[in-house]
Design a protein around this ligand. Structure first.
Ligand code: C5P
Length: 229
């Protein structure tokens, strides 16, 4: 039976958030944002180990005690220039305990509200899939394309458009090959698509939001408080 390995790229600077510390270390209820993503993955019985990919210059990780997450957690200071470089670094670090057909679930450090049932649904729905796939949500809003003056140049048809979430789940060897070849991709599925493959879309949930701007942090805090009530 193939194993399930999680990789959490956490080497970004979070420039869009505009805080002093990288956004994965901003706190909700006394714990860094990344704790919640790691906790959801470590708690999943199907996942055998969880690799965190940090920047080689990371100065925050060791300020926290991660012991409560148990012995699935692994840390690699191999983050790169882009998310794809960081994930590739994580795959290389994990290679010693992974086989080519093991599944890899890549999950953003800044997505703290991943429900356990949704994670399990992704794993179950992709179990027999030849390519793999991602959590995603159909686009609900009308989409506008802006011009250089911040005015609307066009309305884009939203039919068939989905917003990619994470985890994104692919076989270890396929993902490694895809990320080695791809350039300019912003998620793992993009690299797999560039190989001519069509990853599956598994319906996600709006609570599985990515913290990008300050208002997202407050919303994530409310969602987590609701879950733990
Ligand atoms: O910037 P964005 O929100 O798209 O980042 C998504 C995830 O990728 C975050 O968890 C971030 O820390 C990670 N990342 C990384 N290495 C980079 C850039 C982003 O690990 N060079």
């Amino acid at each position: 039976m193939p194993k399930h390995i999680a990789i959490v790229p956490a080497a970004g600077s979070g420039a869009r958030f505009g805080a002093e510390v990288p956004k994965q270390y901003l706190q909700i209820d006394g714990k860094p944002l990344i704790y919640y993503a790691l906790s959801a993955l470590c708690a999943c019985p199907a996942i055998s180990c969880v690799w965190v990919v940090l920047s080689p210059e990371d100065a925050h990780w060791t300020s926290f005690d991660w012991g409560c997450l148990g012995d699935k957690l692994r840390v690699a200071y191999v983050g790169g220039e882009t998310r794809a470089d960081s994930v590739l670094g994580g795959l290389t670090a994990a290679a010693t305990e992974a086989a080519g057909d093991d599944w890899v679930l890549v999950h953003d450090a800044a997505r703290p509200c991943l429900p356990a049932a949704l994670l399990q649904r992704l794993i179950d729905e992709l179990a027999g899939d030849a390519v793999g796939g991602i959590l995603a949500l159909p686009v609900a809003d009308t989409l506008k394309r802006a011009d250089a003056e911040g005015r609307i140049r066009a309305t884009e048809p939203r039919d068939g458009l989905w917003q990619a979430q994470t985890p994104q789940m692919f076989r270890f060897a396929l993902l490694r090959e895809a990320l080695t070849q791809a350039s300019g991709v912003t998620d793992e599925a993009g690299a797999v698509e560039a190989m001519g493959l069509r990853p599956r879309l598994v319906r996600g949930d709006s609570t599985n939001l990515k913290v990008t701007f300050p208002a997202d942090l407050a919303l994530a805090g409310k969602i987590l408080a609701e879950v733990t009530k």
